[in-house]
Unconditional design. Sequence first.
Length: 406
Amino acid sequence: SNGPCLGEVQSELIGQLHPFHIPFRRTKMIGRLLATQVTLALALTAPLVEDIEEDVTADEADLWDRFIGVFTGRKIVRMVKARGGSSEYPLLTHFCLDESLWQNDTVVSCDCCTDHLIGDAQSQAALLYNSGKVQAPAFNRQLDGKTYQVGMVHVWSLGGRTPAVLCDRGRLVCHCEDPKKNWAEFEKACRRGDECEPETGPVEGVSEGYTATEEDEEEAAEDAAGEEEASGSEEHERQDAEEDGDVEESKEDGAEGSDTSSLMQGDGNTSEPEEHEEKEEPKMQRCADKKRIPLGLAFCEDFSVSHCTIAYSRTKYGRHHLCEVDEKTFRHCGGTLMTEAEAQARTDEAQSWAIQNFYTPDLKWKVETADFTTRVAEDPLPETDVFDKHTAKRMDEQGTAEMLVE
């Protein structure tokens, strides 16, 4: 590390060749050959540094990079591509939780993706068979619901299937889906449903007292005088009608010509006749129907399935939506941190159970007999074909491919 770097040696050698007017292409080739010899000499005298990693993807690593890497201990890092197909996301040393909880051998365990299979031990063991350390896409979800990828993180796979990891408002969550492996786990969950019309309750405010002016008082006095005069004339007309014996006739005329007859019948229809009416469009369902309670800006998915249908929420754009139960949505569950040794121990236990319980004589797996007990040999491990077929059959039965296309 105290000697000249490769670039300086190569530049100096090429600079010495230029005075002889050697063509540039040949100069570059000779320079590379001399630089290789110098590199080999340096490699023989310097120890290999195994921990150095350079951000070189598989697409960028050419033959020259690989050749130099063999002699210098340089690692060519093949970044695992993210869900979106991009390899530009860095590998994170810590994610979502406090940095002190992350060590060099820490991985995210998503075994919770198999919790719903607790009554189907074969399916659970088949899903965990041949699990190991991989890189998975890591997403961050803000308080307003905006979600975006921030990098890659070490995850313990589920039999070669890689779940995504989500930091959901500070909570470490596993998203149980890997479209590349045609794998996903589903569950019932509370989700945002149709839009609804919110309640328009009274708005509280500060009111000012009304002070009548002199003009208002004069107008009120004139109106009162006019009403007294009108009531007096109506009383004289009634008395004249009684004297003429026309009281019954006037009552009948009033009943036939009354324009409040429809209101008395209780139909409340004061519009034009039916032949001229236009049909009204169906109104949006009211949010408070069936005694639903408002959640404000909280997410419906934070509610349990049993309480989902009694609530409604509001988006940051001011729209209100009913909370409804989605009968089949991608499973989300809490991820946990553990060391590679702990994750491997759990995998070994699941693999041992799977090997012994999936065995049939036609598989031709190696068996061992000791103390009058016959067991399937677990070293070397049987191939994954049997377990992959079991999982693939379960995926077909639950219609995974159709859900991943949607």
